[in-house]
Design a protein around this ligand. Structure first.
Ligand SMILES: Cc1ncc(COP(=O)(O)O)c(C=O)c1O
Length: 414
């Protein structure tokens, strides 16, 4: 048996302390599984990012795909955040949330014509993912911006050298030349300069390459970039052993890179999702079964349909705690869902207090790319989403899916 340690990390102790007293009641009220988000934490992360860049013109566009719930989007927008959309549905969601115009950035890959038209209609900033997009936009958007494939090798999420995203580096100059020949006068540039990264040097390396590239294009073609978009991607400490990176330090270095490269510094855009909301969510679940097989397996009432990251990315880690299990005895367990896929595992060989059926289980750091990646395979219904508001009130912001939702798109004429 292993020694017990601090199992309340890595969500912030402030969130945990405000959450724990209401947990039993919330579980009774809403039924598990559900994601709960900490509005105060989300607000504070947004503010720490914008504060760090206050010396220059800076705009953060929340990556809607990370947590596409209007309650979150509206709160962030009220703080000055823009929204980064990558699909027609996301564009519709932000517009319905009262957000449009230059508060919206459209950075889609392989975009549909409908998506492009919608983005133009609402007056969004548009990032073109390929040179061929120049022919798709007639007239051209007021500001022409390309996503460039810098082949940043640190990025398994972005595909490294075989990334399907962006204009290949060796074609980027001709992309801007072509835009100029078509009459473009205002310009931006974009690249995801990191992807779920905590290593400040590798983040800076990506940003530096983009800033240098923009400066080079600017000189060669005698154009000014209105903005440089270094994308999202700053990571969060999912593991106990990891520490948050120093955002002030990162910002200072980016600002000095910009100063070194430009007389008139372009506005800096970022599209962070995970950094803003990732640490401020937990998936609340319950132990459904405890079985002895090759190891003891804890079966939860949540599955990869509620949180796909651990199954999707080989090294993805989510901390797990049992907040009301006070046993001193620890064991090593696999924590799994009930979906008919062997990859439906939240943790393998994880040290935890010996669990009992019905124990409440918290899976940490589900505030970004968690609920939004949910799906219905195997008839699994998407979980509810709950918001712990800044004033301490608790609000249901998405109900559990039910059977009628599951069959709502089926056409059965028989
Ligand atoms: C174009 C783009 N912008 C922003 C993001 C947000 O990334 P993160 O949530 O890691 O900051 C993503 C993530 O997939 C993305 O593809």
């Amino acid at each position: 048996m292993l020694k017990k340690c601090d199992y309340n990390m890595p969500i912030s102790s402030s969130f945990f302390q405000r959450l724990q007293p209401s947990l039993h009641e919330l579980v009774d009220r809403y039924g598990t599984p559900f994601h709960i988000y900490d509005e105060a934490g989300i607000v504070s992360s947004h503010q720490s990012l914008t504060q760090a860049f206050k010396e220059i013109k800076f705009k953060q566009f929340f990556a809607v795909k990370a947590l596409p719930n209007p309650a979150i989007l509206k709160t962030l927008h009220s703080l000055g955040s823009g929204m980064d959309c990558a699909s027609v549905t996301e564009l519709e969601l932000v517009t319905r949330s009262g957000i449009s115009g230059k508060d919206v950035l459209y950075t889609a890959n392989n975009s549909s014509t409908k998506g492009m038209k919608e983005a133009v209609k609402i007056g969004a900033w548009i990032t073109m993912d390929d040179i061929t997009c120049l022919g798709d936009y007639t007239p051209l958007p007021d500001v022409v911006s390309f996503r460039v494939a810098l082949g940043n090798g640190n990025s398994k999420l972005m595909g490294g050298d075989e990334s399907k995203f962006g204009v290949p580096l060796d074609s980027i100059l001709s992309a801007y030349k072509q835009a100029i020949s078509l009459g473009a006068k205002r310009f931006g540039i974009h690249q995801m300069t990191c992807a779920n990264t905590l290593d400040i040097n590798s983040m800076l390396d990506g940003a530096c390459r983009l800033i240098n590239l923009a400066s080079g294009i600017s000189k060669k073609l005698n154009i000014n970039f209105e903005y440089i978009n270094i994308g999202g991607g700053p990571g969060i400490p999912y593991r106990l052993t990891e520490e948050s990176f120093n955002i002030e330090d990162y910002a200072k270095k980016i600002i000095s890179l910009l100063k070194m490269n430009f007389d008139i510094i372009p506005t800096l855009f970022m599209e962070c999702g995970r950094f803003i909301s990732g640490s401020h969510g937990v998936l609340v679940s319950r132990v459904q079964t405890v079985c002895n097989k090759y190891r003891t397996i804890i079966g939860l009432d949540a599955s990869m349909a509620s949180l796909m990251r651990p199954a999707l990315y080989k090294d993805a880690y989510h901390h797990i705690t049992l907040p009301f299990n006070n046993t001193e005895l620890l064991g090593t367990f696999d924590v799994v869902g009930s979906l008919c896929e062997n990859i439906d595992k939240f943790a393998i060989c994880r040290e935890l207090p010996i669990p009992r059926v019905d124990d409440i289980v918290l899976i940490h750091d589900t505030g970004a790319h968690g609920a939004s990646m949910g799906f219905n395979y195997n008839g699994h219904l998407r979980p509810a989403e709950v918001l712990l508001k800044r004033d301490g009130c608790i609000k249901l912001i998405r109900r559990h899916e039910n059977f009628m939702d599951y069959i709502s798109t089926i056409i059965d004429d028989e």
